[in-house]
Design a protein. Structure first.
Length: 302
């Protein structure tokens, strides 16, 4: 069964950009698409439409919103099977529930109302923390630098094996007939002294060599013999990971990061959350391109 690309819409400019990205993703990956609008209108009193006094106005407006979004998606991807849902639920809870049976969930970085004044909306942040499948957060504004078609950037962690994020990035670069930029950062501890400087060279050189060797070992397992056909660009750079990933994301179509699963808070009946960390938070807030957050436990393979 082909899992759908799920996109959350609320009528904001940011959600329209997310819808457009999701339609292109579904067409590129050959997947169906599901447009979802969730609202708690049934929990609030309000005026009723004169034409239908039994239904809240907000519900009618939601159905119009989703219908228009569905038509927009069909125009963008005529070959894509597009379905739509209007749900009387909290948006975060609804999209997390949908993530159980989705290939990817796509949202805009900002929503409507006061939340639009924030750099990152509560829905997108909560979903990135708690989704059961990869989440793509699309910036509300178009990037200053036009993206290079098919360019996908992924951060390579300290793990000895390729992560689900790396496999996700490779698959998306392959589907776009593009290139994968694998970024491995390194930093030499301050005041480090090697006991055999003639054998190992400077501490900085040794750390760089270790980073290069680690990157090559991971890529060899990720795409043996270049079987995917993707051109892989290697980037081994010194400096803070968040800074170097943001620099690499300039001109990219997609930036991919991983997230590990942690236990839920004691006394709270919430799903286990991802551990986003400071690097991923920086990517979600400041990246100039869409950011995919892929749970490390997600069984993603090419």
């Amino acid at each position: 069964m082909r899992l759908p690309v799920v996109v959350g819409v609320d009528g904001s400019e940011g959600s329209l950009r997310a819808l457009d990205w999701a339609a292109a993703e579904a067409a590129c990956m050959g997947l169906p698409m599901r447009v979802v609008h969730a609202s708690l209108w049934e929990h609030y009193e309000g005026t009723h439409a004169a034409s239908d006094p039994e239904r809240p106005t907000d519900e009618i407006l939601a159905e119009h919103l989703v219908s228009e979004a569905q038509e927009r998606a069909r125009r963008l991807g005529p070959e894509v099977d597009v379905e739509a849902d209007v749900l009387p639920e909290d948006p975060v809870a609804a999209l997390i529930a949908k993530s159980h049976e989705a290939a990817v969930v796509v949202v805009g970085s900002r929503g409507r109302g006061r939340i639009a004044e924030m750099l990152l909306g509560s829905v997108s942040l909560a979903l990135a923390n708690r989704s059961h499948c990869p989440v793509v957060v699309v910036p509300a504004r178009a990037p200053d630098t036009p993206p290079r078609p098919g360019r996908v950037v992924v951060g390579i962690s300290d793990a000895e094996e390729p992560t689900s994020a790396a496999f996700f990035a490779l698959a998306h670069a392959a589907a776009r007939h593009g290139e994968l930029v694998a970024v491995r950062t390194w930093r030499a501890p301050a005041h480090e002294v090697r006991s055999h400087p003639l054998l190992y060279g400077s501490p900085a050189a040794a750390h760089r060599q270790q980073a290069e060797e680690h990157l090559e070992a991971v890529l060899a397992k990720l795409d043996p013999n270049g079987a995917s056909g993707v051109v892989v660009q290697r980037s081994v750079v010194a400096g803070p990971t968040h800074q170097k990933l943001l620099e690499a994301a300039e001109g990219a179509e997609l930036l991919v990061v991983g997230a590990s699963r942690t236990g839920g808070r004691r006394g709270h009946h919430t799903p286990h959350a991802q551990h986003l960390g400071t690097v991923n938070h920086a990517m979600l807030h400041y990246a100039p391109c869409p950011v995919a957050v892929v749970p490390n436990a997600y069984p993603y393979r090419v």
